[in-house]
Design a binder for this molecule. Structure first.
Ligand SMILES: [Zn+2]
Length: 62
C-alpha cells in the first residue's frame, strides 16, 4: 500500500472528511502535512506519520 493510501485510511479513521491531497502532501484544514513512513514498530501503528510542513508564513498567535 502506498503512503498516500495509508494516510488516507488514517485520516478517515480519525473521522476527518475535509482533507485533500496535493501530490503526496496531505492538506487538512489548510495545513499541509508531509507523509512519512513510520518504523516505530508499535502493534497499533498504521505505518504512516504525518509531519506538519514548516509554514511558509509566520504562524498566527494562538
Ligand atoms: Zn509508527
Amino acid at each position: 500500500m502506498s503512503l498516500k493510501a495509508m494516510a488516507q485510511e488514517k485520516v478517515e479513521r480519525a473521522g476527518i472528511s475535509n482533507y485533500s491531497f496535493d501530490r503526496d502532501t496531505l492538506v487538512m484544514c489548510g495545513v499541509r502535512y508531509t507523509l512519512e513512513a513510520c518504523t516505530c514498530g508499535e502493534p497499533d501503528c498504521d505505518g504512516v506519520r504525518l509531519r506538519k510542513n514548516a509554514p511558509m508564513i509566520r504562524p498566527v498567535l494562538q
